[in-house]
Write a protein that binds this ligand. Sequence first.
Ligand SMILES: Cc1cc2nc3c(=O)[nH]c(=O)nc-3n(C[C@H](O)[C@H](O)[C@H](O)COP(=O)(O)OP(=O)(O)OC[C@H]3O[C@@H](n4cnc5c(N)ncnc54)[C@H](O)[C@@H]3O)c2cc1C
Ligand code: FES
Length: 315
Amino acid sequence: MEQVAEWSLTCVDAGSEYCPCYLAVSGECFVCSLLRGREFCTCSWSGTCSYLHYLWSRGNITIRREVEVKVMREELGSNLVRLLLTLPATWIRELSNPGAFLFLRPADMPPAAAVPVSVFEIREEGAEVVLYVDGPKTRLLALASATSCLIAKGPCYNGVQGLAALKRTNGGKAVLVAGGVGQSATVLVARQLLRGGNRVQACLAPGRAGFNYAAESLQALGVEVKEVKSLRREGLPLVSKWLQEKPSVVFSAGPDTLHREVANLVAKTGAGIELAVSQNAVLCCGEGLCGSCITVTAEGRRVPRCKAQFRVERR
Ligand SMILES: Cc1cc2nc3c(=O)[nH]c(=O)nc-3n(C[C@H](O)[C@H](O)[C@H](O)COP(=O)(O)OP(=O)(O)OC[C@H]3O[C@@H](n4cnc5c(N)ncnc54)[C@H](O)[C@@H]3O)c2cc1C
Ligand code: FES
């Protein structure tokens, strides 16, 4: 059974303007034992102190803003659209890091209709996202994007688990594996790895998206891209070969089944290769409050996946 390792917990919002949050006010901060009413600090220091931020904030909590955004829309396939969202300048830098995502909803729909969508690429005027129409919320969003403005809530940062591994990998080799709309998380991850002077290889499969829409952007950045029809049949055997060269980090972007298969290949090498994965939790509020994304640590503590960065341990 896989469980969150308590020692590894950090909060993606720690040190940002979104710390402290309502979890601190309610005595439920999952990284700070002092804010949970304990006598001693037991946090795994992430470079910032949530307790001090809470004292300094004097009860002021900043939550993510909603803004109305103009949209340019391009049909990529029968159920796939690319949206270019015009965003506030202050958001653009914050959304250029791996794992960045937004909640999007039609302007005339309630917050419950909001869809978490990864930032595919950052442009001067805003962010590009790719939407796969999968059910009611994505269908309504795709329809609304054709005729009106959308409401974006953000910026949100926790679309990737294993951000620290991506950020500390320098001058090595990195492997990306992505299927379907998982491809949307690869470009910002590749940019981070290339900034660190790494050589990056990517294996892409179209999945339900129908084609490898990230291939061109990745190649333009200098990533060595291999396109396959199926990850299971062709992609994973190829990745297995790439792993023999012992890359420093592997990024898996797609469903949890893909993450598990990639994790097994990484474990088989026994080479201490780090693994980062795209986030697949059901996310609704993005503030650690609604409870839709809760997972449980090995010690039985509930932590929200919209905010928590962690490692999983097999027991
Ligand atoms: C961090 C993150 C980034 C994402 N990025 C993209 C992207 O770039 N492009 C894209 O097309 N899709 C993306 N998704 C998935 C997208 O959010 C869901 O497909 C969408 O919410 C489905 O809603 P629906 O009502 O259309 O379909 P439903 O029929 O309700 O669900 C279809 C599938 O989506 C899952 N889902 C439903 N609601 C949510 C939710 N609130 N949060 C997460 N999953 C949900 C369901 O569990 C089911 O597996 C992302 C999800 C997350 C968590
Ligand atoms: S999305 Fe609401 S608690 Fe995580």
